[in-house]
Ligand binder design. Sequence first.
Ligand code: NIG
Ligand code: FE
Length: 399
Amino acid sequence: TVITNIATLVTNDPSLGRGLPRSGTSGSGGDSPLGLVQDAAVVIDGDRIAWIGESRKAPATDNRVDAGGRTVIPGFVDSHSHLVFAGDRTEEFNARMSGRPYSAGGIRTTVAATRAATDAELEANLTRYLAEALRQGTTTLETKSGYGLTVADEARALRIAARHTDEVTYLGAHIVPPDYAEDPAGYVELVTGEMLRACAPHARWIDVFCEKGAFDGDQARAILTAGKARGLHPRIHANQLTHGPGVQLAVELDAASADHCTHLTDADVDALASGTTVATLLPGAEFSTRAPWPDARRLLDAGVTVALSTDCNPGSSFTSSMPFCIALAVRDMGMTPDEAVWAATEGGARALRRDDVGRLTPGARADLVVLDAPSHVHLAYRPGVPLVAQVWRKGVREV
Ligand code: NIG
Ligand code: FE
């Protein structure tokens, strides 16, 4: 298949554009991180990209698709979501919008609903949210357990998730469940012992909610270290609601990503800049909890790699829309449109330590989005408008 007549092609290949985002620069001046090609074509062979270049140089083929002068970007990589759950939390959201603050406690409501659901109900919910995300351009999606919090309920969440994505995360340490309220140490023992043994075969990652009211730094270190010993790679919910040890712990353990990063000290920013841990920002959570925005500009200026993801979950961020997150990040977090689009594609891939998605280069997976817009900037410029016209995943048109 050859897709021709692409007005703007976002490749995320620095050799085709003018380089990656430079640290120490601010605003939109000059360099695009996106490796833009104008009047472009893409050749797809099977599930992979075979060729990228100017439309007039594209090889002849019978199977031509005319993009009609629109924009093509890599499929979004949503590296943080919580989609194995039942029920919703409309009432909690309503109360919050009349002034009640967000706290980790609401997670218990979803834990109760999730434990009560059948496997089929959980899978039907997951499938529905995955389809919703795909329609909005997400072609790679990480998702977690964390609403079961028993050995059997965590393991089944991961089993169900693994039927739909390779990027599955064990989050037995989301909160201490009510049944262990009097014995948090016993719960950490369970999460690092029997529950880990049951869950590790179904997951690639291990995560901890490191926060006041959830797990402290020492507990988080013990949990992630136990996961690593079982072959899981760490990522952390860090510094979401308050300052805390999560970000520095993530760097210490070489976690692929520290997620949220809303409350950061200079030492946290320095730690991220010195390591390979990606800072994954989740603006849907700040939007839906009326919390202060994470300062993406500060991180980018310090040279930190930033990813954007939805955090889609029924409590703090019930959106599956990467375009919405891009618009928020540009409007309120100091990112340029180029930086935000990069963070939602290549940034997400880096947060998952993947080099086959998030970019459109020969050999990469043929996951791409056709935008009904003359450039990717419209994702931020036209917030809330359904610009996603086509979605191709593994070389097949899905939307
Ligand atoms: O990433 N912070 C912890 N977990 C989720 C919220 C989960 C919930 O409220 O159900 C988050 O925001
Ligand atoms: Fe989360």
